[in-house]
Design a protein. Structure first.
Ligand code: EPZ
Length: 432
């Protein structure tokens, strides 16, 4: 398994670019299943999860052409299989996003029930309840979700989510676009990725209003057509790079980002003593101010509040702040796996239930550490960049799932990081 070798303690400086949003590209790549016409997506990040999503589409019978690495031309004209198998779903739970489009267009779908993952049990009960609200018959058989629309078509309805769910909202949005009549989603997720998906669906001929707010209204249409769409920048990658600049005491220009999408993160980092300047609509300049970092409390919540996907990276930053920060994780029940690895690097962190107390400022020292999930791996890479000496991060396949060319990007701004591949060959520049 690949590892990263990081020699830390160097302030990062220069320009670093943000790729397209993984969590928007995943649902946007499922949306072409709703039509037989071609959908063209630009700014698709070249990360493992999107390669898996592409494979799922091809296994279902769609064609996916990539005239350029980050442009996908998807045509789902000859869908013969209506099943997302366990082999794929177990590697990427977002495969569940095929359920809504297949059910809506073909009246049937079979998707393996995603198991739990490192950060929590993550059930999809709310997705299934919503499909039943739209008239589907849903059963679980041998670990698979079997869903059928009795008259071959879903019926519009009011879907009231008892809990905010991002992919749940996206699945219902895609299903309702082809349902008969009107659907209203209440307590919908408001993440920017939802509005991006809705923008694509409306370009395909859907009638969606209110995406990005807690109440979304969808007038179902008979059929959808082709479209061309550019995926929004990845706000979590943006936040990760902002922390990289601050935690190393460097000065970074984070380009091709959308500052609007991570207001809560920017505010919280400014509160902690980080200077973040908007150079223009798509560029942020980050540096630590003279007085250094100070402890700040944070609690994760659905958008527009502080995102759970930035919790681990912010914890790493708080290990370098004066004072004690309290970090509360309210979305996932097991999302502190990175804390024990940060402690291995010399951080002082006490965990109790869903709260972590980070006692700063700690002098971090390089050590071998283990990645457990996507954002945890980002957190320990950031800490490794701030630590003195060498840090070896194992199981970096987690970070490859959601960060495009992270070694190359960090090296362009002065990080001393290399990927050690299985063949024991050290490759500085090239990324797989
Ligand atoms: C999306 O996951 C993101 N993934 C996650 O990003 C992100 O952490 C999460 O939203 C929260 O922002 C993608 O978009 C592909 P949820 P999702 O449904 O949709 C519970 C990353 O690092 N719940 O909003 O799966 C659930 O267990 C990933 O890029 C139910 O109980 O998350 C959780 O506690 C990690 N039943 C909460 O709701 C359901 O049917 C929010 O989950 C659905 C969810």
């Amino acid at each position: 398994m690949d590892k990263f070798l990081i020699r830390g303690g160097k302030p990062l400086s220069g320009k670093i670019s943000v790729s397209g949003a993984k969590n928007s590209a995943l649902p946007c790549l499922a949306a072409p299943l709703l039509t037989s016409e071609t959908v063209i997506l630009h700014n698709v990040p070249y990360v493992k999860d999107l390669i898996t999503q592409r494979r799922l589409l091809e296994d279902l019978g769609a064609t996916v052409l990539t005239p350029e690495l980050r442009t996908h031309k998807v045509t789902a004209a000859n869908i013969e299989i209506f099943e997302a198998p366990y082999e794929l779903v177990k590697t990427m739970r977002a495969s569940v996003l095929a359920l809504g489009p297949l059910l809506a267009r073909f009246g049937k779908a079979k998707v393996s029930l995603p198991g739990g993952c490192a950060i929590g049990t993550r059930p999809i009960d709310l997705h299934l309840k919503a499909f039943e609200k739209l008239g589907a018959q849903v059963s679980i058989e041998s670990g698979d979700v079997i869903a059928r629309a009795p008259n071959g078509r879903l019926i519009g309805a009011v879907v009231d989510f008892e809990k905010v769910t991002v992919t749940g909202t996206e699945n219902v949005l895609m299903a309702a676009a082809l349902a008969k009549g009107k659907t209203t989603i209440r307590n919908a997720a408001c993440e920017p990725e939802i509005a991006d998906l809705a923008e694509l669906l409306n370009k395909m001929g859907a009638r969606i209003r209110g995406a990005g707010t807690p109440t979304i209204e969808i007038e179902g249409v008979e059929q959808l057509g082709g479209a061309e769409h550019t995926i929004i920048p990845d706000r979590i990658e943006t936040g990760t790079f902002l922390v990289a600049g601050a935690i190393t005491g460097g000065e970074l220009e984070v380009k091709d980002c959308e500052p609007q999408h991570l207001r809560a993160v920017i505010e919280k980092m400014r509160e902690a003593g980080v200077e973040i300047e908007e150079l223009n609509q798509s560029t942020l300049l980050v540096r630590r101010n003279q007085t250094g970092l100070k402890a700040s409390d944070v609690s994760t919540e659905p958008h527009p509040h502080f995102p759970t996907d930035m919790q681990a990276q912010f914890m790493a930053l708080m290990t370098q702040a004066e004072g004690t920060s309290t970090i509360t994780e309210t979305i996932f029940e097991n999302r502190f796996m990175h804390a024990s690895e940060l402690i291995r690097l010399g951080a002082k962190i006490d965990i109790s239930g869903n709260t972590a107390k980070v006692h700063g400022k700690s002098a971090l020292m390089g050590a071998p550490v283990l990645a457990s999930d996507l954002r945890a791996s980002a957190s320990i890479v950031l800490a490794g960049l701030a630590a003195s000496g060498e840090t070896v991060v194992d199981r970096v396949y987690h970070i490859d799932r959601g960060y495009e060319n992270i070694v190359r990007k960090l090296r362009t701004v002065g990080a001393d990081i290399v990927r050690i591949t299985d063949q024991l060959t050290m490759s500085a520049g090239e990324e797989v």
